[in-house]
Ligand binder design. Structure first.
Ligand code: SF4
Length: 332
C-alpha cells in the first residue's frame, strides 16, 4: 500500500494504527505536498515526516515540490475558506499523484494521513479519493481513526514523540487568512531584506540538526523559543520637489510617516525635526551599523534612512514595517 503523508503530526498515530490493523501490509510513505508554502516550512515538514517513517522502518519517497501544479489547481479559488473548493482541488492533486506513484510501484491500494487531521473534511476527502481510486483501478483504504478519542490520542502521541507541529495548514492563502484573523501578519511569506534568519529558518535548522544527530545514534531534543522578527512592507523618502531620494531603510526601523526638516548632527548624520528619525550614510559604511553610527542602542527602533548625501530642506519620510514575536525552535 502507498500512503500519502501530509505531515509528521498526522503520520505518528495514523501509520501506527494502520500497521496495527494490517500487520502484513508493506507500506510505502509518499510525501507529496506542493501546497506547502514557503519552501523552508515544506522542508521542516518533509524532514520530520521522514523521521516518522524511519522509526517505523517504512520506505519513504519524496514527490516533486512542483508548486506550479498547486497554483494552477487552485487558480481562481484563492479566497475560498478552508474546507472549501480550493481544498477539494488540493486533495485531488495530492491524492491523484499518490495514486499515480502507487500504480508505478505496482501497489494495489492507497490511503492518506490526511484522514486523521481534524481540520479536514472527511466526506470531502473520501469522495475525492474514491473518484481517483476508480480511475486508477486501486482500492482506497478509508480509515477513520479519529473516532473514540483517536484525535486526542494522535495529538498526545505526536507531542510525546516531539513531532514538528506546524501552525497552519500549508498554502499561502490559508496562512494569510489565519494570521489576519489573529490580527497578525503572515511573516513567513516575506523574506527579510537584511539577510537575518527567520523563525521559519531556525525551525528548519533545528529539525535538520535533530534528524542528523538521531541518524548518528545520538539523542537530541527540540526546545521552543521566541524571536523578534521585523519586515519592511514599504518605505520612501521624498524631497521638497516631490522627487524620490535613493535610500535604504535600516533593519528594525519603526513605522513612520512624517513631513519634516532635517537637523544636521554632523556631516554624515541628521535627525528629523519633528520625529525621532535619523538619516546617515558614510557613518553607516564605517560602522556597518546605523544605530551605532547614530549613538542609538541596538534595541532602539527609531526609523533610519541610509542615504548617499544628507537631503536639504523638507522631506517626506515614510516607512511601513511590522515587528512581532514568532515561535522558533532550537535543538539541544
Ligand atoms: S487550506 Fe490546506 S488543504 Fe486547503 S488548499 Fe490550502 S493547503 Fe490545501
Amino acid at each position: 500500500m502507498i500512503v500519502h503523508i501530509c505531515c509528521s503530526v498526522d503520520s505518528w498515530y495514523f501509520l501506527a494504527k494502520l500497521r496495527e490493523k494490517r500487520p502484513s501490509e508493506m507500506i510505502t510513505g509518499f510525501f507529496y505536498n506542493p501546497n506547502i508554502c514557503p519552501r523552508n516550512e515544506y522542508m521542516s515538514r518533509l524532514i520530520d515526516a521522514k523521521r516518522r517513517c524511519d522509526r517505523l522502518k517504512i520506505a519513504f519517497i519524496e514527490g516533486e515540490y512542483d508548486t506550479d501544479s498547486f497554483l494552477l489547481a487552485a487558480r481562481g479559488l484563492e479566497n475560498e475558506p478552508e474546507k472549501g473548493a480550493r481544498c477539494a482541488r488540493c486533495f485531488d492533486l495530492r491524492l491523484e499523484r499518490t495514486a499515480r506513484e502507487g500504480t508505478r510501484l505496482g501497489e494495489k491500494s492507497f490511503s492518506s494521513t490526511l484522514l486523521i487531521s481534524p481540520k479536514k473534511d472527511l466526506i470531502q476527502l473520501k469522495a475525492a479519493a474514491q473518484r481517483i481510486a476508480k480511475r486508477y483501478d486501486l482500492e482506497f483504504v478509508f480509515e477513520d481513526f479519529r473516532k473514540n478519542g483517536g484525535t486526542q490520542a494522535a495529538f498526545a502521541l505526536a507531542r510525546e514523540k516531539e513531532a514538528y507541529f506546524q501552525n497552519y495548514c500549508g498554502c499561502a492563502w490559508a496562512l494569510i487568512k489565519q494570521r489576519a484573523a489573529q490580527g497578525r501578519f503572515a511573516a513567513e511569506l516575506i523574506c527579510p531584506i537584511d539577510g537575518a534568519k527567520t523563525a521559519c529558518d531556525l525551525r528548519l535548522e533545528a529539525i535538520s540538526e535533530r534528524a542528523r544527530r538521531e541518524n548518528a545514534g545520538e539523542t537530541a531534543r527540540l526546545y521552543k523559543t521566541k524571536i523578534m522578527e521585523w519586515r519592511l512592507l514599504s518605505g520612501s523618502l521624498i524631497d521638497e520637489g516631490g522627487s524620490p531620494i535613493a535610500c535604504d531603510i535600516a533593519p528594525y526601523s519603526a513605522s513612520a510617516n512624517v513631513k519634516t526638516r532635517l537637523i544636521a548632527l554632523s556631516e554624515y548624520a541628521a535627525r528629523f525635526e519633528k520625529s525621532a528619525g535619523f538619516v546617515t550614510r558614510r557613518s553607516f559604511a564605517d560602522k556597518n551599523d546605523a544605530r551605532e553610527a547614530l549613538g542609538l542602542s541596538a534595541r532602539d527602533i527609531t526609523p533610519i534612512f541610509v542615504v548617499e548625501d544628507l537631503p536639504k530642506g523638507v522631506v517626506v519620510a515614510s516607512i511601513e514595517s511590522a515587528l512581532y514575536q514568532e515561535d522558533a525552535l532550537i535543538c539541544n
